[in-house]
Design a protein around this ligand. Structure first.
Ligand code: PMP
Length: 360
Protein backbone atom coordinates (compact mmCIF):
# COMPACT_ATOMS: atom_id res chain seq x y z
CA UNK A 1 0.00 0.00 0.00
CA UNK A 2 1.12 3.54 -0.78
CA UNK A 3 1.55 6.15 1.92
CA UNK A 4 -1.36 8.58 2.16
CA UNK A 5 -1.26 12.36 2.19
CA UNK A 6 -1.75 12.88 5.92
CA UNK A 7 -3.02 16.34 6.88
CA UNK A 8 -3.36 15.51 10.59
CA UNK A 9 -2.91 18.35 13.10
CA UNK A 10 -0.74 16.09 15.26
CA UNK A 11 0.68 13.53 15.62
CA UNK A 12 1.34 14.22 12.01
CA UNK A 13 3.37 13.44 8.93
CA UNK A 14 7.11 12.82 9.38
CA UNK A 15 9.77 13.03 6.66
CA UNK A 16 9.88 9.78 4.74
CA UNK A 17 13.69 9.82 4.76
CA UNK A 18 13.65 9.90 8.55
CA UNK A 19 11.24 6.98 8.77
CA UNK A 20 13.37 4.99 6.32
CA UNK A 21 16.54 5.68 8.27
CA UNK A 22 14.84 4.72 11.54
CA UNK A 23 13.60 1.52 9.89
CA UNK A 24 17.09 0.67 8.66
CA UNK A 25 18.52 1.24 12.14
CA UNK A 26 15.70 -0.49 13.98
CA UNK A 27 17.36 -3.79 14.86
CA UNK A 28 20.95 -2.67 15.22
CA UNK A 29 21.73 1.00 15.77
CA UNK A 30 25.26 1.86 14.62
CA UNK A 31 26.67 -1.55 15.52
CA UNK A 32 25.44 -1.31 19.09
CA UNK A 33 23.70 -4.67 18.62
CA UNK A 34 20.35 -3.27 19.69
CA UNK A 35 17.57 -0.87 18.81
CA UNK A 36 17.62 2.66 20.24
CA UNK A 37 14.47 1.69 22.15
CA UNK A 38 16.36 -1.02 23.98
CA UNK A 39 19.45 0.86 25.11
CA UNK A 40 20.15 2.43 28.47
CA UNK A 41 19.70 6.17 28.50
CA UNK A 42 22.98 6.29 30.41
CA UNK A 43 24.95 4.45 27.70
CA UNK A 44 27.54 6.42 25.76
CA UNK A 45 25.82 5.52 22.48
CA UNK A 46 22.59 7.06 23.71
CA UNK A 47 24.26 10.07 25.33
CA UNK A 48 25.67 10.78 21.91
CA UNK A 49 22.18 10.69 20.37
CA UNK A 50 20.90 13.26 22.89
CA UNK A 51 23.87 15.58 22.60
CA UNK A 52 23.72 15.50 18.81
CA UNK A 53 19.99 16.22 18.85
CA UNK A 54 20.57 19.20 21.13
CA UNK A 55 23.48 20.49 19.03
CA UNK A 56 21.38 20.26 15.85
CA UNK A 57 18.46 22.09 17.43
CA UNK A 58 20.79 24.81 18.76
CA UNK A 59 22.29 25.24 15.31
CA UNK A 60 18.90 25.29 13.54
CA UNK A 61 17.30 27.83 15.86
CA UNK A 62 20.50 29.72 16.60
CA UNK A 63 19.85 29.30 20.33
CA UNK A 64 22.06 31.62 22.40
CA UNK A 65 24.42 30.09 24.98
CA UNK A 66 22.48 31.50 27.92
CA UNK A 67 19.50 29.29 27.06
CA UNK A 68 19.06 25.69 28.14
CA UNK A 69 17.40 23.12 25.92
CA UNK A 70 15.36 20.57 27.85
CA UNK A 71 13.90 17.33 26.52
CA UNK A 72 10.90 16.65 28.74
CA UNK A 73 7.67 14.66 28.80
CA UNK A 74 4.05 15.41 29.56
CA UNK A 75 3.25 17.33 26.38
CA UNK A 76 2.66 21.05 26.00
CA UNK A 77 -0.21 20.55 28.46
CA UNK A 78 2.22 19.92 31.32
CA UNK A 79 3.94 23.19 30.40
CA UNK A 80 0.65 24.99 31.00
CA UNK A 81 1.29 24.25 34.71
CA UNK A 82 5.08 24.05 34.75
CA UNK A 83 5.50 27.59 33.42
CA UNK A 84 3.54 29.24 36.24
CA UNK A 85 5.01 26.87 38.84
CA UNK A 86 8.52 27.99 37.88
CA UNK A 87 8.01 31.54 36.67
CA UNK A 88 5.12 32.98 38.71
CA UNK A 89 7.42 33.58 41.63
CA UNK A 90 7.67 37.35 42.22
CA UNK A 91 4.49 39.37 41.63
CA UNK A 92 2.63 36.10 41.00
CA UNK A 93 0.94 37.81 38.05
CA UNK A 94 1.07 36.96 34.36
CA UNK A 95 -0.33 38.50 31.17
CA UNK A 96 -1.96 36.26 28.56
CA UNK A 97 -3.35 36.72 25.07
CA UNK A 98 -6.35 34.48 24.46
CA UNK A 99 -6.12 33.22 20.88
CA UNK A 100 -7.86 29.88 21.18
CA UNK A 101 -8.54 26.64 22.99
CA UNK A 102 -4.88 26.03 23.84
CA UNK A 103 -4.43 29.56 25.19
CA UNK A 104 -7.51 29.01 27.31
CA UNK A 105 -6.10 25.81 28.75
CA UNK A 106 -2.81 27.58 29.52
CA UNK A 107 -4.81 30.38 31.19
CA UNK A 108 -6.88 28.07 33.33
CA UNK A 109 -3.80 26.21 34.59
CA UNK A 110 -1.94 29.46 35.37
CA UNK A 111 -4.94 30.71 37.36
CA UNK A 112 -4.29 27.90 39.84
CA UNK A 113 -1.00 29.53 40.79
CA UNK A 114 -1.49 33.28 40.53
CA UNK A 115 -3.28 36.20 38.97
CA UNK A 116 -3.92 36.05 35.24
CA UNK A 117 -4.56 39.19 33.24
CA UNK A 118 -6.05 38.64 29.78
CA UNK A 119 -4.66 41.42 27.60
CA UNK A 120 -6.78 40.66 24.55
CA UNK A 121 -8.94 37.91 23.06
CA UNK A 122 -10.45 36.98 19.71
CA UNK A 123 -12.96 34.57 21.19
CA UNK A 124 -15.98 36.57 19.98
CA UNK A 125 -15.02 35.70 16.38
CA UNK A 126 -14.17 32.03 17.01
CA UNK A 127 -10.52 33.07 17.17
CA UNK A 128 -10.28 33.77 13.43
CA UNK A 129 -7.77 36.60 13.94
CA UNK A 130 -4.94 37.66 16.25
CA UNK A 131 -6.14 40.56 18.39
CA UNK A 132 -4.28 43.89 18.30
CA UNK A 133 -2.42 44.45 21.53
CA UNK A 134 -2.35 47.70 23.46
CA UNK A 135 1.04 47.96 25.18
CA UNK A 136 -0.54 50.25 27.78
CA UNK A 137 -2.51 47.24 28.98
CA UNK A 138 0.67 45.22 29.64
CA UNK A 139 1.54 44.78 33.31
CA UNK A 140 5.18 45.88 33.81
CA UNK A 141 5.17 43.96 37.04
CA UNK A 142 4.02 40.64 35.54
CA UNK A 143 6.28 37.63 35.99
CA UNK A 144 5.80 36.74 32.31
CA UNK A 145 3.69 37.37 29.22
CA UNK A 146 2.25 34.31 27.47
CA UNK A 147 1.24 33.84 23.83
CA UNK A 148 0.37 30.84 21.66
CA UNK A 149 2.35 31.72 18.54
CA UNK A 150 0.42 29.44 16.18
CA UNK A 151 -3.15 28.40 16.86
CA UNK A 152 -3.49 24.87 15.57
CA UNK A 153 -7.27 24.69 15.62
CA UNK A 154 -8.06 28.10 14.08
CA UNK A 155 -5.08 28.54 11.75
CA UNK A 156 -3.84 31.90 13.02
CA UNK A 157 -0.27 32.96 13.73
CA UNK A 158 1.40 35.93 15.42
CA UNK A 159 3.25 37.73 12.63
CA UNK A 160 4.53 40.38 15.05
CA UNK A 161 5.68 39.62 18.56
CA UNK A 162 4.56 41.90 21.38
CA UNK A 163 7.33 44.03 22.85
CA UNK A 164 7.10 43.10 26.50
CA UNK A 165 10.22 44.97 27.61
CA UNK A 166 11.75 43.35 30.68
CA UNK A 167 8.82 41.00 31.17
CA UNK A 168 9.84 37.58 29.77
CA UNK A 169 7.84 36.52 26.73
CA UNK A 170 6.72 32.89 27.01
CA UNK A 171 5.47 31.09 23.90
CA UNK A 172 3.62 27.88 23.23
CA UNK A 173 5.17 27.12 19.85
CA UNK A 174 3.81 23.57 19.55
CA UNK A 175 2.47 23.93 16.03
CA UNK A 176 4.99 26.27 14.40
CA UNK A 177 8.37 25.60 15.96
CA UNK A 178 11.04 25.10 13.26
CA UNK A 179 8.67 26.29 10.52
CA UNK A 180 10.04 29.82 10.17
CA UNK A 181 13.04 31.79 11.38
CA UNK A 182 12.55 33.22 14.86
CA UNK A 183 14.83 35.17 17.17
CA UNK A 184 15.06 33.03 20.30
CA UNK A 185 16.58 35.93 22.25
CA UNK A 186 13.21 37.70 22.13
CA UNK A 187 11.74 34.96 24.33
CA UNK A 188 12.24 34.02 27.95
CA UNK A 189 10.86 30.54 27.37
CA UNK A 190 9.61 28.53 24.39
CA UNK A 191 7.83 25.21 24.71
CA UNK A 192 6.47 22.79 22.15
CA UNK A 193 5.13 19.27 21.99
CA UNK A 194 7.18 17.35 19.43
CA UNK A 195 4.32 15.65 17.59
CA UNK A 196 3.89 18.23 14.83
CA UNK A 197 7.19 19.56 13.53
CA UNK A 198 9.76 17.57 15.49
CA UNK A 199 8.93 13.91 15.88
CA UNK A 200 6.71 11.45 17.69
CA UNK A 201 4.51 12.33 20.67
CA UNK A 202 6.03 11.83 24.08
CA UNK A 203 8.72 14.50 23.82
CA UNK A 204 8.27 18.13 24.82
CA UNK A 205 11.02 20.61 24.02
CA UNK A 206 11.61 23.56 26.36
CA UNK A 207 14.06 26.35 25.56
CA UNK A 208 14.56 28.50 28.63
CA UNK A 209 16.74 31.50 29.45
CA UNK A 210 18.98 30.48 32.32
CA UNK A 211 18.12 33.34 34.65
CA UNK A 212 14.48 32.18 34.73
CA UNK A 213 15.39 28.89 36.36
CA UNK A 214 15.86 27.90 39.97
CA UNK A 215 13.19 30.13 41.46
CA UNK A 216 10.42 27.59 41.99
CA UNK A 217 9.35 26.98 45.55
CA UNK A 218 10.93 23.95 47.18
CA UNK A 219 7.50 22.32 47.46
CA UNK A 220 7.22 22.08 43.65
CA UNK A 221 7.68 18.42 42.66
CA UNK A 222 11.15 17.70 41.29
CA UNK A 223 9.80 16.52 37.94
CA UNK A 224 8.14 19.93 37.49
CA UNK A 225 11.24 22.05 38.16
CA UNK A 226 13.17 23.26 35.11
CA UNK A 227 16.38 23.66 37.11
CA UNK A 228 16.40 20.00 38.15
CA UNK A 229 16.01 18.85 34.55
CA UNK A 230 18.70 21.31 33.44
CA UNK A 231 21.17 20.24 36.15
CA UNK A 232 20.71 16.65 35.05
CA UNK A 233 21.01 17.25 31.31
CA UNK A 234 17.38 16.16 30.77
CA UNK A 235 18.29 12.83 32.41
CA UNK A 236 16.81 13.36 35.87
CA UNK A 237 14.69 10.36 35.04
CA UNK A 238 14.41 8.16 31.95
CA UNK A 239 13.74 10.52 29.05
CA UNK A 240 11.53 9.58 26.06
CA UNK A 241 14.53 7.99 24.40
CA UNK A 242 13.08 6.93 21.06
CA UNK A 243 11.18 10.19 20.52
CA UNK A 244 14.40 12.15 21.11
CA UNK A 245 16.23 9.92 18.63
CA UNK A 246 13.60 10.53 15.91
CA UNK A 247 13.54 14.26 16.67
CA UNK A 248 17.33 14.25 16.24
CA UNK A 249 16.91 12.66 12.80
CA UNK A 250 14.27 15.27 11.90
CA UNK A 251 16.69 18.04 12.97
CA UNK A 252 19.41 16.53 10.75
CA UNK A 253 16.92 16.29 7.88
CA UNK A 254 16.22 20.01 8.29
CA UNK A 255 19.92 20.83 8.44
CA UNK A 256 20.52 18.91 5.22
CA UNK A 257 17.66 20.81 3.57
CA UNK A 258 19.41 24.08 4.37
CA UNK A 259 17.97 24.87 7.80
CA UNK A 260 15.00 26.96 8.84
CA UNK A 261 15.45 29.60 6.14
CA UNK A 262 15.12 26.90 3.50
CA UNK A 263 12.09 25.21 5.06
CA UNK A 264 10.43 28.60 5.62
CA UNK A 265 10.63 29.24 1.87
CA UNK A 266 9.08 25.86 1.13
CA UNK A 267 6.41 26.45 3.79
CA UNK A 268 5.53 29.81 2.20
CA UNK A 269 5.34 28.14 -1.18
CA UNK A 270 3.05 25.38 0.13
CA UNK A 271 0.76 27.75 2.04
CA UNK A 272 0.53 30.10 -0.98
CA UNK A 273 -0.59 27.22 -3.20
CA UNK A 274 -3.56 26.67 -0.92
CA UNK A 275 -4.32 30.29 0.05
CA UNK A 276 -4.08 31.53 -3.56
CA UNK A 277 -6.54 28.87 -4.58
CA UNK A 278 -8.91 29.71 -1.69
CA UNK A 279 -8.72 33.44 -2.47
CA UNK A 280 -9.85 33.03 -6.06
CA UNK A 281 -12.47 30.34 -5.41
CA UNK A 282 -16.12 31.30 -4.97
CA UNK A 283 -16.85 27.81 -3.64
CA UNK A 284 -14.19 27.14 -1.02
CA UNK A 285 -13.31 29.81 1.47
CA UNK A 286 -10.67 30.21 4.19
CA UNK A 287 -11.88 31.06 7.69
CA UNK A 288 -9.03 33.30 8.88
CA UNK A 289 -8.42 37.01 8.26
CA UNK A 290 -5.70 37.36 5.65
CA UNK A 291 -3.00 39.07 7.69
CA UNK A 292 -3.00 36.45 10.47
CA UNK A 293 -3.01 33.27 8.38
CA UNK A 294 -0.86 30.38 9.56
CA UNK A 295 1.66 28.61 7.34
CA UNK A 296 0.99 25.36 9.17
CA UNK A 297 -2.76 24.91 9.71
CA UNK A 298 -5.23 26.04 7.06
CA UNK A 299 -8.95 25.78 7.85
CA UNK A 300 -11.48 26.16 5.02
CA UNK A 301 -15.14 25.58 4.20
CA UNK A 302 -17.35 24.68 1.26
CA UNK A 303 -20.76 26.42 0.94
CA UNK A 304 -22.52 23.82 3.16
CA UNK A 305 -22.00 21.21 5.87
CA UNK A 306 -23.23 18.52 3.47
CA UNK A 307 -20.62 19.47 0.89
CA UNK A 308 -17.93 19.59 3.61
CA UNK A 309 -18.81 16.01 4.54
CA UNK A 310 -18.84 14.93 0.89
CA UNK A 311 -15.46 16.57 0.32
CA UNK A 312 -13.91 14.81 3.32
CA UNK A 313 -15.37 11.46 2.26
CA UNK A 314 -14.30 11.76 -1.37
CA UNK A 315 -10.87 13.03 -0.24
CA UNK A 316 -10.34 9.93 1.88
CA UNK A 317 -11.02 7.73 -1.13
CA UNK A 318 -8.35 9.65 -3.04
CA UNK A 319 -5.77 9.29 -0.27
CA UNK A 320 -6.13 12.68 1.48
CA UNK A 321 -6.71 11.91 5.14
CA UNK A 322 -7.32 13.75 8.41
CA UNK A 323 -8.80 16.81 6.69
CA UNK A 324 -11.77 17.16 9.03
CA UNK A 325 -11.73 20.51 10.82
CA UNK A 326 -11.94 20.88 14.58
CA UNK A 327 -15.56 20.76 15.76
CA UNK A 328 -15.42 24.40 16.95
CA UNK A 329 -14.63 25.63 13.42
CA UNK A 330 -16.23 22.90 11.30
CA UNK A 331 -15.35 22.27 7.67
CA UNK A 332 -11.83 21.20 6.82
CA UNK A 333 -8.34 21.89 8.09
CA UNK A 334 -5.19 21.03 6.19
CA UNK A 335 -2.19 20.84 8.49
CA UNK A 336 0.84 21.20 6.27
CA UNK A 337 3.78 20.89 8.62
CA UNK A 338 7.42 20.86 7.50
CA UNK A 339 7.29 17.20 6.46
CA UNK A 340 4.28 17.60 4.14
CA UNK A 341 5.79 17.66 0.65
CA UNK A 342 4.86 20.40 -1.85
CA UNK A 343 3.38 17.64 -4.05
CA UNK A 344 0.93 16.78 -1.26
CA UNK A 345 -0.43 20.32 -1.17
CA UNK A 346 -0.48 20.56 -4.97
CA UNK A 347 -2.40 17.28 -5.18
CA UNK A 348 -4.89 18.56 -2.59
CA UNK A 349 -5.42 21.79 -4.55
CA UNK A 350 -5.93 19.80 -7.77
CA UNK A 351 -8.53 17.68 -6.00
CA UNK A 352 -10.26 20.82 -4.63
CA UNK A 353 -10.45 22.26 -8.17
CA UNK A 354 -12.02 19.08 -9.42
CA UNK A 355 -14.49 18.93 -6.52
CA UNK A 356 -15.47 22.56 -7.06
CA UNK A 357 -16.13 21.98 -10.77
CA UNK A 358 -18.28 18.94 -9.99
CA UNK A 359 -20.38 20.56 -7.26
CA UNK A 360 -20.74 24.22 -8.15
N1 PMP B 1 -0.66 23.85 22.36
C1 PMP B 1 -0.93 23.78 21.05
C2 PMP B 1 -0.75 25.02 20.23
C3 PMP B 1 -1.34 22.58 20.48
O1 PMP B 1 -1.61 22.51 19.18
C4 PMP B 1 -1.46 21.44 21.30
C5 PMP B 1 -1.85 20.07 20.76
N2 PMP B 1 -2.52 20.00 19.61
C6 PMP B 1 -1.21 21.56 22.67
C7 PMP B 1 -0.78 22.77 23.16
C8 PMP B 1 -1.34 20.39 23.60
O2 PMP B 1 -0.25 19.59 23.42
P1 PMP B 1 -0.04 18.18 24.13
O3 PMP B 1 -1.06 17.26 23.58
O4 PMP B 1 1.37 17.86 23.73
O5 PMP B 1 -0.19 18.39 25.58
Amino acid sequence: MERLYNFSAGPSVLPEEVLKQAASEMLNYEDSGMSVMEMSHRSSVYENIVSEAEASLRQLMNIPDNYKVLFLQGGASTQFAMVPLNLMVNSKKADFVNTGAWSKKAISEAKKFGQVNIIASSEEATFNYIPKLDPNAFDKDADYFHITTNNTIYGTVFKNLPDTGDVPLVADMSSNILSEVIDVSKFGLIYAGAQKNMGPAGLTVVIIREDLMGKAEASVPSMLQYSIHAENGSMYNTPPTYSIYIAGLVFKWLQNLGGIEAIEKINNQKASLLYDFLDQSDFFKGTVVKEDRSLMNIPFLTPSKELDAAFIKEGEKRGFVNLKGHRSVGGMRASIYNAMPVEGVQALVDFMKEFEAAHK
